[in-house]
Design a protein around this ligand. Structure first.
Ligand code: CFM
Ligand code: HCA
Length: 534
């Protein structure tokens, strides 16, 4: 009998099959678990991916509250990337400096056909003039959309002009939607400009002995606030957050922190690596989604700093947080144990949420990412003190990726052991594969057809996804929860967030309203009308 994977894939034409078989794997069914990722979606297939502009403007820059972001392009691009992602933020004051919050504003040049024909730079300058007059921001970001790249407006020259004209920071991002194969290219473009123009330009030093930046935490539904609260309880100063409720004010000083914590590796690993390169700052992978993951992450931070007093404080915080949630978690676990889930989100949550699901006894039968890279599936080792290409003598036997990025190496267990014996400290970023059960399906760039087919066979109790793909599950009576926006609930991060998550799942599963609804056309033919007029 063919496997679940084969049953779905064999329905494709041979050309599509050849492409998709590299993106779909069943754990344990292959000689080696390897997946193809970060490649172009098949034209015409209903992928759930977004674009480069979404990744740059929407994801990484969007939450920076005190920067006015001007979308240079058609109004639709500005409108659809405004407010839908639920990255919460409030204006605040820190070290005597205020950070305003402009997230309620939607700035755009509202490009028209005439701008496409005659060029849009003048209109962009006018928009900057208006924004400066209206809210006097300290920082303006200009984000390109597709037509801007096609007509060749020089947004970087306009940014330079604005810096001189208004004595403010103005940075341009060439993040035209068509670049790359997904949101992922946009993350990279945003990261490059942040390191080039903002990080390192402030000089405020942290007050506490232990200080961190939280990278890849976007404060969806208030997650980042939960994480900051826990770190502060442990006595750790948060210098800046990239970029949930983050600010130009704080990101300027990011280089003064002692350690970078990376929550979403996919969207921000470039900043972590570049800060290591430029400032010698180490980074460790953390995950504040899930109770066990939170505990591990806090302990890893304590271990990194190696201070017994800090470690004791961390243990006390863990004990206190766990005490506060124990009864509720036990109750929700009793209701959720043994259920199954399918998880399909962008580039890191499909992994992080498996761990939270495990805390409640739920197993994941299908998981995938929209746009992640291979390391998000297979894992990655980070060797803090060695650049593979600079010091290759020490790591001769290590296979370096064809497109080498600093510190990115995949090693065999023997190679890792040999390095550790030499006293080299290796950080691990464990990808999604590790910890998945035998037979579970991994599906990169899941499309509409595969979603429906896998759901029919696997029949999970819950389908986690985004707004585009949720209705397939919901209409079939299956519980659907959005893991991008949390269906307007949250926070789900941290200890208390886990309780919110458990509560939402129990409510959904034990009130299966959608499964009671039957589409009218299933019983009665319902096409009505008259031919040839009234
Ligand atoms: Fe990172 Fe994100 Fe995600 Fe992402 Fe996103 Fe998002 Fe996501 Mo939507 S940064 S990769 S580009 S965790 S917006 S906050 S929910 S797809 S899994
Ligand atoms: C994006 C943003 C998004 C979309 C969510 C969804 C988000 O990719 O452009 O499809 O439901 O989290 O808001 O991922």
């Amino acid at each position: 009998m063919s496997s679940v994977r084969e049953k779905v894939l064999e329905q494709y034409s041979s050309r599509v099959y050849k492409n998709r078989k590299e993106h779909v794997i069943a754990i344990g069914e292959h000689e080696k678990d390897v997946v193809t990722a970060n490649t172009r979606a098949i034209p015409g297939i209903i992928t759930q991916r977004g674009c480069c502009f979404a990744g740059c403007k929407g994801v990484v820059l969007g939450p920076i509250k005190d920067a006015a972001i001007i979308v240079h392009g058609p109004i639709g691009c500005a409108y659809y990337s405004w407010g839908t992602r639920r990255h919460k933020a409030v204006a605040d004051e820190k070290n005597g400096e205020k950070a305003d919050c402009y997230l309620e504003y939607c700035f755009s040049t509202d490009m028209q056909e005439s701008d496409i024909v005659f060029g849009g730079e003048k209109k962009l300058k006018k928009a900057i003039e208006e924004v400066v007059g209206l809210i006097h921001p300290k920082c303006i970001f200009i984000c390109s959309t597709c037509p801007v790249g096609l007509i060749g407006d020089d947004i970087h020259a306009v940014a330079k002009w604005a810096q001189e004209e208004y004595e403010i920071k103005c940075i341009a991002f060439s993040c035209e939607g068509y670049k790359g194969v997904s949101q992922s290219a946009g993350h990279h473009i945003a990261n490059n400009q942040l390191i080039r123009y903002i990080i390192g330009t402030g000089d405020h030093q942290p007050e506490k002995k232990y200080s961190v930046n939280v990278l890849g935490e976007y404060n969806i539904g208030g997650d980042g606030w939960e994480v900051e609260k826990i770190l502060k309880r442990c006595g750790i100063e948060v210098v800046s957050v990239f970029t949930g409720s983050g600010s130009y004010r704080d990101i300027k000083n990011a280089h003064t922190a002692s350690l970078n914590l990376v929550q979403c590796h996919r969207s921000i690993n470039y900043v972590a690596d570049m800060m290591k390169d430029k400032y010698g700052m180490d980074w460790i992978k953390v995950n504040f989604i899930g109770i066990e993951s939170c505990k591990k992450s806090l302990r890893d931070i304590g271990e990194y700093f190696g201070d017994e007093e800090l470690k004791a404080r961390i243990e006390a915080v863990i004990a206190d947080e766990e005490d506060a949630i124990r009864d509720e978690v036990e109750y929700y676990e009793s209701k959720l144990k043994g259920k199954t889930a399918a998880l399909y989100v962008g580039g890191s949550r499909s992994h992080h949420y498996q761990l939270l699901l495990k805390d409640f006894g739920i197993s994941t039968v299908l998981a995938g990412y929209e746009f992640a890279h291979r390391d998000d599936y297979e894992g990655r080792e980070v060797i803090p003190d060695i650049k593979p290409d600079a010091d290759s003598k020490n790591i001769e036997s290590i296979e370096v990726e064809a497109d080498p990025k600093f510190y990115r190496v995949y090693m065999t267990d023997e190679q890792k052991a040999a390095l550790e014996e030499k006293g080299v400290k290796i950080n691990y970023y464990e990808g999604m594969f590790k910890g998945m059960d035998e037979g579970a399906i991994i599906c990169d760039d899941l499309n509409h057809f595969e979603t429906e087919e896998f759901m029919k066979i696997l029949k999970p109790d819950i389908f986690f996804s985004g707004i585009k793909d949720k209705f397939v599950a919901q209409k079939s009576g299956m519980l659907s929860r959005q893991l991008h926006s949390y269906d307007y609930s949250g926070p789900y991060a941290g200890f208390r967030g886990a309780v919110n998550f458990g509560r939402d799942l129990v409510m959904g599963l034990y009130t299966p309203a959608w499964s009671y609804v039957k589409a009218p056309w299933k019983d009665t033919p319902c096409i009505e009308g008259t031919l040839g007029g009234d």
